[in-house]
Design a binder for this molecule. Structure first.
Ligand code: GLN
Length: 489
C-alpha cells in the first residue's frame, strides 16, 4: 500500500481492498515506529485522525466522495487546524490549540481527506534546513546525519519515508522546492494567489504560498486541485475559474510527447555556485527532455544575482510586521514573570522566539525604519520588479525555464547552522521565483553520493497544469521519483 500513488490508493479504497481506517492505522503505525528517529511530525492525534477516517469510510460506502476521500494527508504545522496544536515550529505557539481551520485544512476536510498529523518545520518557516525548529531538527531519511531541507522539512521527510502518502508545505523563498530536492520528492509552489493564505501563519505575506509535496507530479496535481481556489478571506486570493490541474497529464503523442516545447536555460543557473555532481544530473535530465521532443534555448535573467539580497530585505521587513502580533497577551507564550506591560512584551518575545526569528525581526525593523526605508526596502522592491521583468522577457522566448533547484544535495546537520549567509545561499535558485510570484516545481533527477538532487521547472503565471505535465512526462520516462530510502520500504 505504501508504494501506491494517490490514484491507486483511491482505487483501493473504492474497491474495498482497504478502508480509510485501515489505511490511516497503517500510517499511524509507521509514524509510531519511525518518527522518533526522524522527528518529522510535531503532533499526531490518532483519535482525531481515525474519527475522520471513519467519516470518510461512510462517505465511501454511500458511493460519495472525490479523489482524496479517505486518504491520509500530513500538513505542515503552519496551517491552523481546529482542535490541533498549531505551533509553526515555535515555542511562541507551543501552547496554541487553534480554534479554527486554515482554508487549506478546510478544503482537505471538505474533500474527505484525513488529517494524519502536523509536520515539523523551521520556526515561522525561516530556514532551509529545519534546524531552527523549537521541536528539534528533522533527519533526512536518505542519511540521518543530513538535513532534509527546509522550511517544510518535516513534510518532506514524512512523505519520502512513507510516513504519509502526501503532504502540504509552504514556500516563501524555496521551502517546498528545496526540501523536495533534498528528499527526492516532487513539490510545487503555485502562482502567488492561487492558494488561499487564510489561516496559514504569515511569514512574508507577499511571498508566502502553499503547495503540495508528494512523490509524483500526478499526485501534486490531485493535491493542488483540492488546495487551489478563490477565498474572499485572503485579500490576495485570485478569483479565477476553477481548473483541473491534471487535465494535461497523459495528453498527446507518446513517442515525442513534448515536441514543440521550448525550454529556456538561463545562463545564471548554469554558472558557478552549483555543485558539479548536481549540475551533471541536471544536464542529463535536460538531455532526456530533448529526447522527449523539447527544444532548448539560451535565455538570461540578468538581475537574478540580486534576488537573495532583495529577498533578505523584503521577507524580514514583512516578517517583522507579521510577528508583531505575538506579544504574550492574546495567545501563545507568555513569560512567567514580568514587571509591567512593556516587560511582559519584551520577556515573552525574548523567551518565545528563537535566534533566527529574532535576527529577521531586527533586520526587518531596521530596513523599514526612517532614513533606511528608501535605501533598503524601496530599493529591494525595485529589484523585485526588475526580476519579474527578466522572467517576462525570458518567457517571450521559451515556455518553461529549467535549472537546478538547490546548489547541492543535502548538507550535514550543523554544517551551515552557524553561518546564516551560507544558509541563505541554499535558496539561490528558488527565491527569484517567489519575488516574481511565478509557479515552479522541483522533481527528482538522480542521485549523487547516495543523496537525491532536484530539477526545477519554472513557468509563466498560471501555467501550473503545463508544468505538472512537463514534470509528469519526465517521470514516465524515469524512475528516480520511485526510489525509497533504505529502511523505510
Ligand atoms: N530559506 C528561506 C528563508 O529562510 C525560505 C524559507 C521559506 O520558503 N519559507 O527565508
Amino acid at each position: 500500500m505504501i508504494e501506491r500513488d494517490l490514484r491507486a490508493l483511491r482505487r483501493a479504497l473504492a474497491a474495498k481492498e482497504i478502508s480509510s481506517v485501515e489505511l490511516t492505522e497503517l500510517y499511524l503505525q509507521r509514524i509510531a515506529r519511525h518518527n522518533p528517529q526522524l522527528n518529522a511530525y510535531i503532533s499526531v492525534d490518532p483519535e482525531s485522525s481515525l474519527a475522520q477516517a471513519r467519516a470518510a469510510d461512510q462517505r465511501l460506502a454511500s458511493g460519495e466522495g472525490g479523489p482524496l476521500t479517505g486518504i491520509p494527508i500530513a500538513h505542515k504545522d503552519i496551517f491552523c487546524s481546529r482542535g490541533w496544536l498549531t505551533t509553526c515550529g515555535s515555542k511562541m505557539l507551543g501552547n496554541f490549540v487553534s480554534p479554527y481551520d486554515a482554508a487549506v485544512i478546510a478544503r482537505f476536510a471538505a474533500a474527505g481527506a484525513v488529517l494524519l498529523g502536523k509536520t515539523n518545520m523551521d520556526e515561522f518557516a525561516m530556514g532551509s534546513s529545519n534546524e531552527t525548529s523549537f521541536y528539534g531538527p528533522v533527519k533526512n531519511p536518505w542519511d540521518a546525519s543530513c538535513v532534509p531541507g527546509g522550511s517544510s522539512g518535516g513534510s518532506a521527510a514524512a512523505v519520502v519515508a512513507r510516513l504519509a502518502p502526501a503532504a502540504t508545505g509552504t514556500d516563501t523563498g524555496g521551502s517546498i522546492r528545496q526540501p523536495a530536492a533534498l528528499c527526492n520528492l516532487t513539490g510545487m509552489k503555485p502562482t502567488y494567489g492561487v492558494v488561499s493564505r487564510y489561516g496559514m501563519i504569515a511569514f512574508a505575506s507577499s511571498l508566502d504560498q502553499a503547495g503540495p509535496l508528494a512523490r509524483s507530479a500526478a499526485d501534486c496535481a490531485l493535491l493542488l486541485n483540492t488546495m487551489a481556489g478563490f477565498d474572499e478571506r485572503d485579500s490576495t486570493s485570485l478569483d479565477r475559474p476553477p481548473e483541473d490541474y491534471s487535465r494535461e497529464l497523459d495528453r498527446g503523442a507518446a513517442d515525442r510527447p513534448l515536441a514543440g516545447l521550448k525550454i529556456g536555460l538561463p545562463e545564471q543557473f548554469f554558472g558557478e555556485g552549483c555543485a558539479p555532481e548536481v549540475m551533471q544530473l541536471v544536464d542529463t535530465a535536460i538531455g532526456e527532455y530533448r529526447r522527449l521532443g523539447a527544444e532548448t534555448v539560451a535565455v538570461s535573467l540578468p538581475n537574478m544575482d540580486l534576488s537573495v539580497a532583495a529577498y533578505y530585505v523584503i521577507a524580514p521587513a514583512e516578517a517583522s510586521s507579521n510577528l508583531a502580533r505575538f506579544d504574550g497577551v492574546r495567545y501563545g507564550y507568555r513569560a512567567a514573570q514580568y514587571e509591567d506591560l512593556n516587560d511582559l512584551y519584551g520577556k515573552s518575545r525574548a523567551q518565545g522566539f528563537g535566534a533566527e526569528v529574532k535576527r529577521r525581526i531586527l533586520i526587518g525593523t531596521y530596513v523599514l525604519s526612517h532614513g533606511y526605508y528608501d535605501a533598503y526596502y524601496l530599493q529591494a522592491q525595485r529589484i523585485r520588479r526588475l526580476i519579474a521583468n527578466d522572467f517576462a522577457e525570458a518567457f517571450r522566448q521559451c515556455d518553461v525555464i529549467v535549472g537546478p533547484t538547490s546548489p547541492s544535495t543535502a548538507f550535514k546537520l550543523g554544517e551551515k547552522a552557524a553561518d546564516p549567509v551560507q544558509m541563505y545561499l541554499s535558496d539561490i535558485y528558488t527565491i527569484a521565483v517567489n519575488l516574481a510570484g511565478l509557479p515552479a516545481i522541483s522533481l527528482p533527477c538522480g542521485f549523487a553520493g547516495g543523496l537525491p538532487a532536484g530539477l526545477q521547472l519554472i513557468g509563466d503565471y498560471f501555467t501550473e497544469a503545463r508544468l505538472l505535465d512537463v514534470a509528469h512526462r519526465y517521470q514516465q520516462a524515469s524512475s528516480w521519483h520511485l526510489q525509497c530510502p533504505a529502511g523505510f520500504a
